[in-house]
Design a protein around this ligand. Structure first.
Ligand code: F6P
Length: 465
């Protein structure tokens, strides 16, 4: 394949599943990014002349459709101003905080909304141009909630699915949005609307009933023209076997040992890996660990907290503020509780390849995943997938979607610092047999419900619509 033509299966997502690589000789190339979504959808795309419509990540650059690794890619261009208003603005400073329990204050700006509409239309136009007659189109996430309706208006022949990767909020919060009806109507352009949890699907149909006054029966909405739209939960997952295989390689095992050694061979290695986002509960988690050391429940020579924070959305003000706060908090805590050669918190503001993440998952004794709100949280599942000897303990927030499936984790309320401390101490002090029992049950869940299971159940239900 050299250039994409018509496709029978089209994925539409804010980002294309590729990263640009620049070689030593200055030539450019694309490499498939290691995300779960592309891993799951690649086989479906190959079997169905698939194409992926998305932004390639750079401003003001118009690229022609191209093929990379046999994947047909259709780039959507965004100018610097459009990125500021559609991506950083409406997507990540309006919808993101609103949908995450308003843990940061959502900003409502009419100009952002206008740009959001315009860009959604651009994605819909691009999808309409590439989809064959009767094709299936799967639109992803909150950046594109208007695109399903826009696409249906252009191409009523298509089968359209939409999946929201983040939480869908209750009416009390969602109703703040000045453009609430338009967003609901946009999503209802799909035949099947997928959510991470049943609670999100319930919130959605309740709002549709109350605000749009449409009839809803057993999560099926009847539109004014008689068309039916189903809302249902499909908890997303990971390529569990892929992670397990990676974690089992001698290189990753050796690297895991090296990481422990470099951290001073602590008795308890506690790990956190998150995008640097205010929804992830980093402040509370760090404070809880700091207090445990400060009061002597854990010793600075025995316990190390390795926190990796992947840089994210760095031009959005709330994210900049968070970065400063965390820098300061880590500095203060290490200054207060560290001893010579033993800063108890190792904080790394960077991203790592999958191999390094797998080595960290293998190296850790306890993984802390304590978001204030999270649609799912795949880090929790990746950690579990990497623990093939059933060792290790997961401390997990009740407010992560993953808590619904990983019931055997040490569940905590991430707002409750004393509760976080107690949860971490339980995870550390529980007997090896108790930890094994919990991990075994969680591994079964993750392997039985992997990313293929997620994609195939959604697509099978979509084909039935
Ligand atoms: O899951 C939420 C999400 O916004 C995805 O849509 C996105 O791929 C990921 O987080 C990373 O965010 P961003 O594309 O803003 O860097």
């Amino acid at each position: 394949m050299t250039s994409p033509s018509g496709a029978d299966f089209v994925v539409v997502a804010n980002r294309l599943p590729v990263d640009r690589v620049i070689h030593d000789d200055g030539t450019e190339d694309w490499r498939t990014s290691p995300g779960g979504l592309v891993t799951a959808l690649e086989p479906v795309m190959r079997a169905n002349d698939g194409a992926w419509v998305g932004w390639h990540g750079a401003p003001d650059e118009k690229l022609e459709p191209f093929v990379s690794d046999d994947l047909a890619l259709v780039p959507v261009e965004l100018s610097a101003d459009e990125i500021a208003e559609y991506y950083e603005g409406f997507s990540n400073a309006t919808l993101w905080p609103l949908y995450h329990d308003v843990v940061a204050h959502p900003e409502f700006h009419r100009e952002w909304w206008e740009t959001y509409k315009m860009i959604n239309q651009r994605f819909a136009d691009r999808a309409a141009a590439v989809a064959n007659e009767g094709a299936t189109v799967w639109i992803q996430d909150y950046q594109l909630s208007l695109a399903p309706k826009m696409l249906r208006e252009l191409r009523p022949d298509l089968r359209i699915g939409y999946f929201l990767h983040i939480p869908f909020p209750p009416a009390e919060l969602f109703r703040q949005l000045p453009w609430r009806s338009e967003i609901l109507e946009g999503m209802l352009g799909a035949d099947l609307v997928g959510f991470q949890l049943p609670g999100g699907a319930n919130n959605f149909v309740e709002l549709v009933r109350r605000m749009l006054r449409l009839s809803v029966h057993r999560h099926v909405v009847t539109m004014p023209d008689g068309r039916e739209v189903r809302a249902q939960a499909y908890p997303i997952s990971i390529d569990a076997q892929g992670f397990a295989d990676l974690a089992a390689t001698p290189q990753v095992r050796a690297r895991a040992e090296e990481i422990r050694r470099d951290l001073g061979d602590p008795e308890h290695l506690v790990l956190g890996i998150d995008r640097l986002d205010y929804t992830k509960g980093l402040r509370q988690r760090l404070r809880a660990f700091g207090e445990l050391i400060g009061e002597g429940s854990l010793s600075a020579t025995d316990a190390v907290f390795l926190q990796v924070a992947n840089p994210s959305r760095e031009r959005v003000q709330e994210y900049r503020r968070l970065r400063d706060d965390i820098d300061m908090l880590v500095g203060r805590l290490n200054g207060n509780i560290g001893t010579i050669g033993h800063p108890p918190i190792t904080y790394l503001h960077t991203s790592y390849p999958r191999e390094e993440m797998a080595a960290m998952y293998v190296a850790a004794d306890v993984m802390m995943v304590t978001p204030l709100r999270d649609g799912m949280n795949l880090v929790a599942k990746e950690f579990v997938a990497c623990r093939d000897d059933n060792s290790g303990a997961l401390v997990l927030s009740e407010f992560a979607g993953a808590a619904r499936e990983l019931k055997q984790a040490y569940l905590v309320n991430p707002y409750d610092i004393n509760g976080l401390k107690a949860g971490l101490m339980r995870a550390i002090n529980d007997t090896p047999a108790a930890k094994t029992k919990r991990m075994r049950a969680m591994r079964k869940q993750v392997f039985d419900h992997d990313i293929d299971h997620w994609a195939s159940s959604f697509l099978a239900d979509l084909e039935r619509r």
